[in-house]
Design a protein around this ligand. Structure first.
Ligand code: NAD
Length: 282
């Protein structure tokens, strides 16, 4: 998709981090922007910032874990702008620890946001895009965690592997049934965002959190690693380029340490050897 001006982008998790960087870069292209997030205050601030760039922007408080909420997001976008050409299923959350020590609420929360968030986006927006009949694009945010398996972040890895698998299947299905709708999967390495403080938006009903040593270690590690990492602008630039080039896998450069970690897993599979623990040297 080359020409973006005047078209409409819907971005979930748009009040912070990579989602907000996506909103900025699409606004710079002259798109109408629909920012969706569960956090009202930051969402309002983001809408003010994006509107100041001279484009039309609206904010819709949305819980991507609810199909009803994502259907309302679609309705609000279509009511305001008539159609939607780009959907970024980007909202995501993190928690860590040993798999057997994490609570059912930990599992439920990450599956709700990281998996159901994308499922609801696909179920609510793809029929709308098909009915429009024009060229459209869906970008699902997964992670390099989808391309490898490391200890102490198992639920996150599991949900991000699911996000990648769903995106690849969607790519195949749309290429058969509605080839005007393209798909990419964003697999970021580490970016300086609010992800380490994900629990700020954790629902009260899923509050029971494991406070084990491994949980603390995992949260400290992600806090340090993301604080010393790339600006989310870099991720947004990769997404924009991928949309223009119609590139499915949006990956770090080949010389990035996460690429070696992903390749190590591919080698495990190719050689039928047991999983190698290959954390990136970051
Ligand atoms: N930052 C990284 O290093 C990194 C690496 C790989 C993948 N990712 C992925 O990038 C995506 C964006 O995360 P980020 O790093 O910008 O973090 P972030 O915390 O800065 O932004 C995530 C946004 O999602 C919103 N959100 C949380 N739950 C929601 C819900 N139920 N409904 C709607 N919105 C909700 C949050 O309010 C927040 O604004 C996530 O899918 C994350 O897993 C991030």
């Amino acid at each position: 998709m080359q020409e973006l001006a005047g078209k409409t982008a819907v971005i979930t998790g748009a009040a912070s981090g990579i989602g907000l960087a996506l909103a900025r870069i699409f606004a710079e292209q002259g798109m109408n922007i629909v920012l969706a997030d569960i956090e009202q205050q930051r969402l309002d601030a983001a809408v003010t910032e994006i509107s100041a760039l001279g484009v039309e922007a609206i904010g819709v408080v949305t819980d991507v874990g609810s199909g009803e909420s994502v259907a309302s997001l679609r309705d609000a976008a279509v009511e305001q702008f008539g159609s939607v050409q780009i959907l970024c299923n980007n909202a995501g959350v993190y928690t860590g620890g040993n798999l057997w020590e994490q609570t059912e609420d930990d599992y439920e929360w990450l599956i709700r946001v990281n998996q159901w968030g994308i499922i609801h986006g696909v179920r609510q927006f793809v029929p709308q895009m098909i009915s429009q009949g024009d060229a459209c694009y869906i970008v699902n945010t997964s992670s390099m965690a989808s391309m490898c398996t490391l200890p102490f972040a198992g639920i996150y890895h599991m949900t991000k592997h699911a996000a990648l698998a769903l995106s690849e299947c969607l790519y195949h299905e749309l290429s058969i049934s509605a080839p005007q709708i393209k798909v990419s999967c964003l697999c970021p390495e580490l970016f300086n965002t609010g992800i380490a403080a994900s629990s700020r938006n954790r629902p009260e009903a899923l509050r029971e959190e494991n406070i084990t040593d491994m949980h603390k270690m995992s949260m400290d590690a992600i806090t340090d690693a993301t604080a010393n990492s790339l600006s989310p602008r870099v991720a947004a630039e990769r997404v924009l380029q991928a949309i223009k080039d119609e590139t499915f896998y949006i990956l770090p450069p080949e010389d990035n340490p996460w690429s070696a970690t992903a390749n190590s897993r591919l080698e495990d599979l190719r050689l039928r050897r047991n999983p190698t623990m290959a954390p990136p040297a970051i």
